[in-house]
Write a protein that binds this ligand. Structure first.
Ligand SMILES: Nc1ncnc2c1ncn2[C@@H]1O[C@H](COP(=O)(O)OP(=O)(O)OP(=O)(O)O)[C@@H](O)[C@H]1O
Ligand SMILES: [Mg+2]
Length: 299
């Protein structure tokens, strides 16, 4: 049984994330805490704009860690994820050595030394330049191909990288790993199995109010509450592009800059912050915007 007033590490994590401006709920903080305790990667899935990338950035700041970010895309391969040799500099070195009359094995080991290695994010996370802890963010992993997933599995399984010319580089301290995905492609079971999984939902109105207050401190409480209530209603109405938290933040920022009112005029003028699709905009302008305003009150 825990002591009645033993410190609650999950509550502490929520507080330190809030100190960076990131408002996490208990479920998310619990997964992050467990991942640290069990030394497992976290796989965060969720709709666009719900705070998947931002939480890894906030975690790194909260822990005083270096954030190493690998942005995934189709065709991402080892040379952009792990390392590659700096051929241009190697060639230059060889030319200069030839001019000096030096050739052979000595030159070969000189140009295949760490100085000529371009360290990409996975290698940087395993072998950082100083002893600060590392948070490795593998962002939008579902955009990369399956071959990359295999490479990632290998690296995350052993936390070591073999560079044939240099040998095997082993992590002295495992980085904390956060993977994010938008479900654009199904991820392999092998990858899922190795991670702690969390689905990041749209926030409750209360949490979104706290997020917007943290991001737009100049906005009035009344405006923030009505704006977040209106966005929550929109999310229930199956728009083609459901607004994420970043849209709410931008919208409240725009409304504040335009005088701080949420009425028919400001709703029309600032609609582009909230609605990001032509059909949605038509629907919004043909009466749904006014209807949403009625639901949250005219202020
Ligand atoms: N819990 C939160 N606390 C504070 N700010 C948040 C939170 N969640 C999201 N945000 C804000 O919303 C913005 C969008 O979040 P983020 O880019 O992390 O979303 P995402 O889930 O990674 O989206 P995508 O799938 O499009 O990459 C961030 O810049 C951040 O300012
Ligand atoms: Mg993101």
């Amino acid at each position: 049984m825990p002591e009645p007033d033993a410190p609650d590490p999950v509550a502490e994590l929520i507080t330190s994330l809030a100190g960076t401006g990131y408002i996490a709920d208990r479920e998310l903080a619990l997964v992050l805490h467990l991942a640290e305790t069990l030394e497992l990667p976290v796989l965060l899935e969720g709709e666009p704009g719900v705070g998947k990338t931002a939480v890894a950035e906030a975690l790194a700041t909260a822990k005083g860690a270096r954030l190493v970010r690998l942005q995934c895309y189709e065709g991402l391969g080892a040379q952009h994820a792990l390392y590659e040799w700096d051929y241009a500099r190697q060639l230059l070195e060889i030319r200069m050595a030839e001019a000096r009359g030096s050739v052979g094995d000595e030159l070969r080991s000189a140009v295949f030394s760490p100085e000529f290695l371009l360290r990409r994010p996975l290698l940087e996370a395993i072998d950082p330049p100083d002893d600060r802890p590392v948070v490795l963010l593998v962002d939008e992993v579902d955009r990369a191909d399956q071959e990359f997933e295999a490479l990632l599995l290998e690296v995350l399984g052993q936390f070591q990288v073999t560079v044939p010319e240099l040998g095997t580089i082993v992590a002295t301290k495992k980085p904390r790993v956060v993977l994010t995905a938008n479900r654009t492609r199904a991820l392999s079971d092998a990858l899922r199995r190795r991670c702690l999984y969390h689905w990041l939902p749209y926030p409750t109105v209360d949490r979104e109010v706290r997020i917007v207050e943290a991001r737009v401190p100049e906005a009035s409480t009344e405006l923030v509450q009505r704006a977040c209530a209106l966005v929550a209603q929109m999310r229930d109405r199956a728009y083609r592009k459901t607004p994420g938290i970043s849209e709410t933040v931008d919208w409240v920022r725009a409304l504040t800059a335009m005088g701080g009112r949420l009425d028919a005029d400001s709703l029309r003028d600032c609609a582009g912050c909230l609605v990001k699709d032509a059909d949605d905009l038509t629907r919004f302008r043909r009466g749904e915007g006014a209807d949403l305003l009625r639901v949250v009150g005219t202020g």
